[in-house]
Design a protein. Structure first.
Ligand SMILES: CCCCC/C=C\C/C=C\C/C=C\C/C=C\CCCC(=O)SCCNC(=O)CCNC(=O)[C@H](O)C(C)(C)COP(=O)(O)OP(=O)(O)OC[C@H]1O[C@@H](n2cnc3c(N)ncnc32)[C@H](O)[C@@H]1OP(=O)(O)O
Length: 153
């Protein structure tokens, strides 16, 4: 199955968190499945936070950031009964705001599951609820306001 990020145009594929064309990035891959989106990522030990064995909070925010904007795009395509990569004008989102709550320490070296659900989609603004869990326990929750990107002439 193709990831949402695989449909980003080449000129927008350099995102550090999820751009397929960034050789140094995380290459996060997000997928839509019914009412939810999901992505999986296993942070290596280099992403350590302040105390041993747990993930740096900025890294966790990055994962929510990329998964949130990808989710917004996927939900917007669905709302317009479109399929990503259909050749029509691309629908792309950037992060307007991202609120992150760190609810329990997130372990390093464990596969993390990042999930998104659509809270609202009005005009150019999508609100996405986000969770990040490890071993079935929710470690981080977030709320993103994603704004549809419109290139200025
Ligand atoms: C700066 C852009 C960077 C260039 C990106 C280029 C293209 C992107 C295209 C595709 C993306 C492809 C791949 C994405 C890959 C990875 C993404 C990872 C996530 C990121 O790494 S992404 C970078 C960090 N991100 C930014 O660098 C954004 C900087 N910023 C802005 O570019 C503007 O600030 C913008 C566009 C956000 C809004 O500006 P604007 O003038 O176009 O829109 P406007 O003000 O009319 O707002 C329309 C409606 O959004 C509401 N709204 C706006 N801002 C809000 C906020 N902060 N909180 C709550 N609601 C907000 C308003 O309240 C109104 O809502 P309502 O319609 O209900 O009144």
């Amino acid at each position: 199955m193709q990831a949402i990020q695989d449909h980003y145009p080449a000129e927008f594929s350099h995102c550090y968190g999820c751009g397929p064309a960034n050789p140094h990035g995380f290459h996060l891959k997000s997928y839509i499945d019914g009412e939810r989106t999901h992505a999986r990522f296993t942070p290596a030990s280099m992403y350590s936070g302040g105390y041993p064995g747990n993930v740096y909070g900025g890294m966790l925010a990055s994962l929510l950031d990329c998964h949130g904007t990808a989710s917004a795009a996927a939900f917007a395509y669905r709302a317009q009964s479109r399929v990503m990569g259909d050749g029509g004008p691309p629908i792309r989102f950037v992060t307007g705001s991202l609120k992150v709550d760190y609810r329990r320490p997130t372990p390093l070296g464990v596969e993390l599951l990042i999930e998104g659900t659509l809270c609202s989609l009005e005009g150019r603004k999508a609100v996405i609820d986000l969770t990040l869990s490890a071993g079935g326990e929710v470690c981080v929750t977030g709320v993103m306001v994603a704004v549809q990107f419109v290139a200025k002439a």
